[in-house]
Design a binder for this molecule. Sequence first.
Ligand SMILES: [Zn+2]
Length: 302
Amino acid sequence: MSFSRTLAIDFETANERRDSPCAVGLAWIEDGRVVRRESRLIRPAEMRFSPGNIRVHGIRPRDVERAPSFPEAMAPFLPEIAGSLVLAHNASFDVGVLAATLRAYGLAQPAYTSLCTVQLARRHWPGEGGQGHGTYRLSSLAARIGVTFRHHDAGEDAYACAQIALAVMRESGAPDVASLARRLGLARERAGEGARAPDGLAARALRGIAAPSTVQDAGRGAAPRQARAPLLHFVVRGSSGTPYDVRLVEGRDGPRLRCSCAGARFRPDCRHVRALAAGEIDALLSDNPGDVAQLAGLLRVG
Ligand SMILES: [Zn+2]
């Protein structure tokens, strides 16, 4: 196991679903210290925020209305995750969020190795404070090692997580976090896999169709989007003015459209999907009417 880099990651989610991240924080470790920190708000595909989640992180729908979607927010970071040692506090959560959301958007899963800093702390400071789990909470551990941070801010949580790994590394005399992970046998390798969507019928049909070059709904501006994957993505205006994402995904029986509106949870062919499938562009906010025209032909394939 050798790693291209070591970084800590933390996600906050809008609701109980793993594929609802509304914020991500990252902290990079080099030469025994945190050398870089990044955090981004993320606009979840489904704008449903549970009160319990809001209570934890304080992020509300209006805070992320104009934020980039997961693929946009994560675009600069996914190549950094590939081949890396990725630390997270209670890693099964953050690893699960990453995997579920990549899957939801039909994006490739990067191969990387994860290290849970809860397990790391349990191993290094065993039996602390008797039974409860409280001792191994991020806030408790950060206090123990003298790191101050704003808990449940994704960037701050990732930073605290990185500092915990660094503290254990120093106390145990390991030269770096990667060696520490190897020594303790706590690192978990995650196999990468290709993107789902670009396989099969849809891939052949989609090749040559560019992703939308600009997206012009309110607040997202007209920033150039990179055509990273041959997926079609539309933004449509709902009847109350709310923008919804409609994506072409590879379904079991061929390509199909998936909408982010609440109605689509109960009825996959919501009014937005039906309108696009019928070639209607009245409510289209993304400037890719040409893709809508191609869509009718693609959907007939399935
Ligand atoms: Zn819809």
